[in-house]
Design a binder for this molecule. Structure first.
Ligand code: DGJ
Length: 708
């Protein structure tokens, strides 16, 4: 074997080793722990050591898992490419024609002269140690090529025996699921035209019982906001791999001669525990040019405060209360536009409702900005109520399958943004609002799953084209209005992905603001999305979606782990409640730089009633942790609390921030460590920990940790 055929991409603590000896497509021999700087002979030896053995009953040439697995090589798992020319030319046989290796990126060019296809594979390892990859397929023939499936495929180590993914629903996104990773395929499809509340943001596979702090684990995410597929597969040959790609409808991508299709980018990470895996992704996101770097403003969103009751007096009082408690951004939610008195009508008619707002939005906006807050506005541009002037004037602008409109969702249909006239109408409507009013922020909603999403112009499925058009629309609005920030909301967290986050500035994590539910929702959304991009609001005392009641300390302490806001009618708070709310907002403001640049960590505490999470400064000089008792525990007190992610040899002091709000009754002795000045090393805090305070169930304690 030629030594130069082994490519070692090494960056950010990650090594990816590829055998590019060809002519078969390159094979990833290793993806994971840094291999150091092996010389060419060592690299050569590693590759030779991993070559498969032929066994009885198998094909004469054992197939290897190439960057695009193909049946033509003898591969018997799910292939990376499926398509045909009207049923013929069904089995591609792409071979490498050129390799371009620069630094930590690799570009592979491959062609198949019989099937008349060309493929480009992009692979890179960034400074955070994240592996990214995409594929571009070109039809080099002179007839159409119907693409069915094109997926990025990445190998998993043999130790991967357990899968973690998430499912969910409206008001309960990101419920974790664990499965044994046995032979066969575990596949998560999204067919909702948006990732969906049930989307698994990451599909992870690792050693049995892998946790947040330890256990080798690898995971993939598809940076795309439409239909998609993530799978983990294990073959009888011992090969295990992740696959990710767009889920295409029949005929959705038909490549004309010379046309090309590119997959969305697959973002893949690994770690000794999910904390490390997740930190790599967060670091990658934070290095983007478009990443928000200004302090994330405390936001008040009017939805749960007033719903559709748009009354200038009431909204003005709310703005005044917001300014008093330290809110910095005021967002007027659904209900302001023509005909929108409830959720049955109006979507599509993006002009201010003259009945409800006879003087326009100006009076409210003047109050908001006069109080020193930024003004934000809710929109749902991709949606149309059948009861709207837009739907009546342009029925052909609605996505639909031939001959019938889709089943409605929330009494709405979906605009075909790939229709040039519909696109122009929405762009100009939103632009007019942004020109007329000083709007610094759009809460961009999307409140239904798509079904039968076809274009009336082409008669073909149009989810892909609509996602492309949506990204262009978001970019165009931002280009026209410098500094405009946009939130991706979709019935809460039904459109959370790194595709949309390249064009928006945060996500609305969930419509459920019950802090107990939020602990799980934010924990698993946070695997992908760092806190500064994750909307987390303080609800009223009674959760509107669960009916549970909680103290302000729990509601606020959980919301600290995000981009903090308020979703509550605070216009008539008692003086004591207002003072307590101010103290939590002040705590957020004093620590938002830490939350929004630090490393997110979760502690693997054995007690299911204990949730212990924190954020550690990048230089490990400080940290903030929150211990929540999510239910009553069988243990009383619960076991020692350990704090992970700190520097082993640094001494830290630990302070309990909210002693007066922990909810405990009488009978507890003082905590010895909290009564005296005490310092502990990061090593002691990580390995031994300290006694946590007794808490009432559904209460929390905040720990401020600073280097001594
Ligand atoms: C769903 C969103 O998730 C809510 O926050 C709110 O904006 C409503 N839509 C408004 O209709």
């Amino acid at each position: 074997m030629n030594n130069s055929a082994v490519v070692h991409l090494r960056n950010g603590g990650t090594s990816v080793l590829l055998d590019t000896s060809g002519p078969a497509l390159p094979v990833i021999v290793h993806w994971g722990a840094d291999l150091g700087s092996p010389d060419a002979a060592d690299l050569d030896a590693i590759v030779l050591a991993t070559l498969p053995q032929r066994v009885s009953g198998g094909l004469d040439v054992p197939a290897r898992l190439g960057l695009l697995p193909q049946e033509s090589t003898g591969w018997q798992g799910t292939p990376g490419l499926t398509g045909s020319r009207a049923g013929r030319f069904f089995s591609p046989a792409l071979v490498t024609t050129a390799i371009d290796h620069t630094g930590d990126t690799l570009i592979v060019h491959a062609t198949d002269d019989i099937n008349r296809l060309a493929l480009r594979i992009d692979l890179a390892v960034d400074a955070a140690g994240v592996l990214s990859s995409s594929l571009t397929l070109t039809n080099t023939g002179d007839d159409d090529y119907d693409l069915v499936d094109l997926c990025v495929t990445l190998p998993l180590p043999a130790s991967a025996d357990e899968i973690l993914d998430t499912t969910g629903r409206h008001l309960r996104e990101r419920s974790p699921q664990r499965h044994a990773f046995t032979q066969g395929r575990h596949q998560r499809d999204s067919r909702k035209g948006r990732p969906g509340a049930d989307a698994t943001l990451l599909l992870a596979a690792g050693t049995p019982g892998f946790g947040f702090e330890t256990g080798l684990v690898h995971a993939a995410h598809l940076a795309f906001s439409g239909n998609h597929r993530l799978a983990a597969e294990k073959l009888v040959t011992g090969s295990a791999f992740l696959q990710a790609g767009e889920l295409l409808a029949a005929g959705e991508i038909r490549l004309a001669p010379g046309a090309a299709y590119s997959t969305p980018t697959v973002i893949a990470s690994w770690g000794d525990g999910l904390n490390e895996l997740s930190a790599r992704i967060h670091t990658r996101l934070r290095s983007r040019d478009v990443h928000p770097r200004t302090p994330r403003p405390v936001t008040l969103n009017t939805w749960e405060a007033v719903y559709f009751d748009h009354d200038l007096g009431r909204l003005t009082a709310l703005a005044q209360a917001a300014a008093r408690v330290g809110v910095e951004r005021y967002v007027l939610d659904d209900g302001w536009f023509h005909g929108r008195r409830d959720d049955t009508a109006g979507l599509g008619d993006w002009v201010v409702d003259a009945d409800v707002w006879p003087d326009g939005l100006g009076p409210l906006i003047d109050t908001v900005t006069g109080l020193g807050m930024q003004f934000g506005l809710w929109v749902e541009p991709e949606m149309v109520n059948p009861d709207s002037d837009l739907a009546r004037a342009h029925p052909d602008w609605l996505l639909q399958a031939a001959g019938r409109l889709p089943v409605e969702g929330r009494q709405q249909q979906v605009l075909d943004l790939s229709h040039p006239d519909a696109y122009a109408y929405i762009l100009e409507s939103l632009d007019a609002l942004l020109v007329e009013y000083p709007i610094g922020y759009l809460k961009w909603d999307h409140n239904r799953d798509l079904v039968d999403a076809g274009s009336t112009r082409t008669g073909t499925a149009a989810v892909h084209e609509n996602v492309v058009a949506l990204y262009a629309l978001l970019d165009e609005l931002k280009a026209r209005h410098q500094g405009l920030e946009i939130e991706s909301c979709a019935s809460g967290g039904a459109r959370v992905d790194l595709g949309i986050l390249d064009h928006t500035d945060r996500i609305w994590t969930s419509d459920c603001i019950d802090p107990i539910e939020r602990l799980t929702i934010q924990k698993y959304t946070g695997l992908l999305v760092p806190y500064e991009l994750l909307g987390a609001h303080i609800s009223g005392p009674e959760s509107h979606s669960t009916g549970r009641r909680h103290d302000l300390s729990l509601r606020a302490g959980v919301a600290l782990f995000g981009h903090l806001g308020i979703e509550w009618d605070i216009s008539a708070l008692s003086a004591a409640d207002e003072a307590e709310l101010i103290s939590w907002i002040d705590l957020y403001k004093a620590n938002r730089a830490l939350f929004h640049t630090g490393t997110s960590v979760h502690v693997d505490h054995g007690d299911p009633a204990v949730d212990l999470r924190g954020v550690v400064a990048a230089d490990q000089s400080e940290a903030m942790f929150v211990f929540s008792l999510v239910a009553s525990s069988a243990a009383y007190p619960v076991g020692l609390l350990r704090f992970t992610g700190l520097a082993d040899d640094t001494r830290y002091s630990v302070r309990l921030v909210n002693r007066e709000h922990t909810g405990v009754g009488t009978g507890q002795s003082p905590l010895v460590w909290a009564e005296r000045p005490l310092t502990l090393t990061g090593r002691a805090l990580r390995t031994i920990g300290l006694q946590g305070p007794a808490l009432f169930p559904e209460h929390l304690a905040v720990f401020q940790i600073t280097s001594a």
